[in-house]
Design a protein around this ligand. Structure first.
Ligand SMILES: [Zn+2]
Ligand SMILES: [Zn+2]
Length: 349
């Protein structure tokens, strides 16, 4: 028995970076800009006969409802326990997340917990750095992280990564009902569109825009967190992986693109922890907390986060940051939104 080990010579570091930068731009275009632009370009042609306000309103409502089901429910609650939820909210979040068609809740959570355990190292189910960091490897890696990993026959062990959810009878029922919920998320827009317009035409256009297009857009946005937010953007916090904060994805991703903070402090309920970072998922958690449906919310902690910021960091922490040990923070010179007026913030405003 013979084994042939092919050791490729390492590429020169400077050359690698230049090539990667060009490839990165092309890939951003391919992954996000081109499909988005194509879709936007189609809108004026379709407007009036194949697309109308009903479709837009139904699509937006379902994009928000199911998207928040993933970000607040699947991710911040089920995966990371960044807050506790009353039983009704717990089941509601599992259902809302399932309607995003990103897989059953226990599968999603298991994969994502494995991602955090091995983040950008061997064992991570979807690291863009899987094949290396030269241009060719990163091209392949970005495609892998964006969507090819979904076709990996290796499945994350649910017994190992999500025993808490497997033991929860209600959550297991929601998990088992994923198939029917896929049907619901695609057919519900058709039903609403048809009844609203009292026509088959209304049902078909709503099915297309608020069903197919809405699901696809949210898929790409979620996948971009795995690909783009582990490759491009800012490192405003110190994480042991290559996670990044990507501001231009914050609105579409409901604040999930503040992914560098998230990896630096995974249980934190607010990912856009710095002042001015838009994070609607955190606002929704705040709203649930006010209603009494959510409790023990792990809001950003100024003391804990101060240990995860680079020495040169100037931007203040945003609202809802825990102000405990306020005196110690002041003496230690830790910045919070209440006490800081620094030039960087003024310039940004
Ligand atoms: Zn990540
Ligand atoms: Zn996470």
């Amino acid at each position: 028995m013979t084994t042939t080990a092919v050791t490729r010579p390492a590429a020169k570091p400077d050359l690698e970076e230049e090539q990667a930068s060009l490839v990165q731009r092309i890939l951003v275009g391919v992954f996000v800009a081109v499909p988005m632009l194509a879709l936007i370009a189609a809108i004026p042609f379709a407007w009036g006969w194949g697309l109308g306000w009903h479709d837009v309103i139904i699509a937006l409502a379902l994009y928000w409802g199911t998207g928040l089901g993933v970000t607040v429910g699947y991710h911040r609650y089920f995966t990371h326990s960044s807050f506790k939820a009353k039983p009704g909210l717990r089941v509601g979040l599992a259902i809302a997340g399932s309607l995003a068609m990103q897989g059953p809740v226990i599968t999603w959570v298991s994969d994502h917990r494995r991602h955090h355990k091995y983040s950008d190292r061997e064992g991570d189910p979807h690291s863009p750095w899987r094949y290396g960091d030269d241009a060719k490897a990163l091209t392949k890696g970005l495609l892998w992280a964006h969507m090819v990993w979904l076709f990996d026959p290796n499945q994350t062990s649910q017994e190992k990564f999500a025993p808490d959810l497997l033991a929860d009878r209600k959550i297991k029922v929601v998990d088992d009902l994923f198939g029917p919920m896929v049907a619901v998320t695609l057919l519900l827009p058709a039903l609403i569109g048809g009844l609203w317009g009292m026509s088959w035409h209304g049902a078909i256009t709503a099915f297309f825009w608020a069903g197919l297009v809405r699901v696809t857009l949210l898929h790409h946005v979620t996948w971009s967190i795995n690909s783009i937010c582990h490759t491009f953007g800012n490192t405003e916090f110190e994480a042991r992986d290559k996670s990044r904060n990507v501001s231009w994805l914050a609105v579409a991703s409901f604040g999930e693109s503040w992914h560098n903070l998230h990896h630096a402090d995974p249980t934190c309920a607010r990912h856009g922890a710095l002042k001015g970072q838009f994070d609607p998922s955190a606002r929704v958690i705040w709203f649930f907390e006010k209603l009494g449906w959510a409790y023990d919310v792990r809001w950003p902690d100024a003391v804990r986060l101060s240990t995860k910021r680079p020495e040169a960091a100037t931007r203040s922490l945003g609202g809802w940051t825990k102000q405990r040990f306020a005196k110690e923070q002041d003496t230690a010179g830790i910045r919070t939104s209440d006490n800081a007026v620094n030039p960087a913030d003024k310039a940004a405003a």
